[in-house]
Design a protein around this ligand. Structure first.
Ligand SMILES: Cc1ncc(COP(=O)(O)O)c(C=O)c1O
Length: 350
């Protein structure tokens, strides 16, 4: 018999609402007219805030959503005969409905990465082959930080990937839909694993971090973003009322709110993992590094729990599921969820 379900969902970090400071910033920005398409004081301040954060004159282009921002980022880095090397589980490869291929014309070369992380040897292997005009030309390495598998690259690992990519003439894109979680987990210094490590272009996530919507494409080498506005416009990623994306980012980045919120999300995953992992019949795939918990449990328990409080399957060949936490996850949510898991696993083995 399952208890009352938690108030929040462990299905996705996008199940969370919006940080109160972001809602306040949206209301505060709603003060009469402002020039459209980014020529407004909010966007100017937002650009300055990102430049301060990265301590460099980077290109900052605000977009509506994550898939679109990845498309814009990649489009600025590619010619139509070129290819992007990425892990097979990358969001751009499996969860964007082919948008990068459709809008940039590129081919994705997806490589096995059981823990979500590319290795330098894989890039060397792809780039060392023979290439002629019969073949696509690898031009970009795209990595995700934190990864879709809930893992983290260290700053040194990213620096090594960048060094190898650059040695072969490739650029490096970092999908940072969860860059806040990664930054919080790695001690708060976003520069260490991006600009200092040699990353060329970042998709900086706002939505999972506590915004209502909005992501930023950051050209850490600004010259790569020369034509970004035409790509944003074509991809439907140039918000006309830009000030409302900018105001959200300003509020998110102010007072390190993004770090504080991501720290809460990451801590909730640790608490959930410790509690659920101690239930006989539940096996954690690995300790959480950020805000994702991967666990294996009996299939009847999975089905009962998903009907009770939905979450996604991960690898059903081993009865593995994914539980995501976010900034709004409470200890009460975790307690209730763990009570449900305990009851469902007990029912399954009765
Ligand atoms: C790694 C990654 N990249 C990008 C996105 C953005 O996707 P969306 O287009 O749904 O905002 C997500 C969202 O789940 C993600 O997990």
């Amino acid at each position: 018999m399952l208890p009352a379900p938690p108030d929040c969902s462990f299905s996705s970090d996008n199940a969370a609402g919006v940080l109160p400071a972001v809602i306040d910033a949206l209301a505060a920005a709603n003060v009469g007219p402002a020039t459209a398409y980014g020529d407004d004081p909010w966007t100017q301040r937002c650009v300055a805030t990102f430049r301060e954060l990265f301590d460099a004159p980077i290109g900052v282009s605000l977009c509506w959503g994550g898939t679109g921002a990845n498309v814009v980022a990649l489009a600025t880095m590619l010619r139509p005969w070129q290819a992007v090397i990425c892990p097979s589980g990358a969001h751009i490869n499996v969860d964007e409905c082919g948008a990068p291929e459709r809008f940039t014309g590129c081919k994705l070369i997806d490589l096995p990465a059981p823990d979500g992380k590319l290795r330098p040897e894989q890039i060397i292997e792809v780039c060392s082959g023979e290439h002629s005009f019969h073949h696509v030309e690898p031009a970009v390495v795209s990595i995700t930080q934190s990864t879709e598998s809930g893992t983290l690259y260290t700053a040194a690992e990213i620096a090594e990937l960048c060094e190898v990519a650059h040695r072969f003439g490739l650029l490096v894109h970092l999908d940072g839909a969860r860059i806040a979680n990664a930054t919080a987990a790695l001690g708060g210094d976003v520069r260490s694993f991006t600009i200092d490590a040699g990353v060329d272009v970042v998709t900086f996530g706002g939505t999972k971090a506590g915004m209502m919507y909005g992501e930023a494409v950051l050209h850490l080498r600004p010259e790569l973003g020369d034509r970004v506005d035409v790509f944003r416009k074509q991809a439907g990623q140039l918000p006309s009322k830009m000030r409302f994306v900018a105001a959200q980012f300003e509020a998110l980045l102010a007072e390190d709110r993004w770090i504080a919120a991501a720290t809460r999300a990451n801590r909730s995953a640790t608490v959930l993992a410790e509690a659920a992992g101690s239930i006989p019949g539940v096996e954690l795939s690995s300790p959480p590094e950020v805000n994702a918990v991967f666990a294996r449990l009996p299939r009847p328990a999975i089905e009962a729990l998903q009907a009770w409080s939905f979450f996604w399957d991960w690898d059903m060949s081993v009865n593995e599921v994914r539980w995501m936490t976010h900034f709004a996850t409470t200890t009460d949510d975790i307690d209730r969820f763990v009570a449900g898991v305990r009851a469902a696993v007990a029912d399954a083995s009765a």
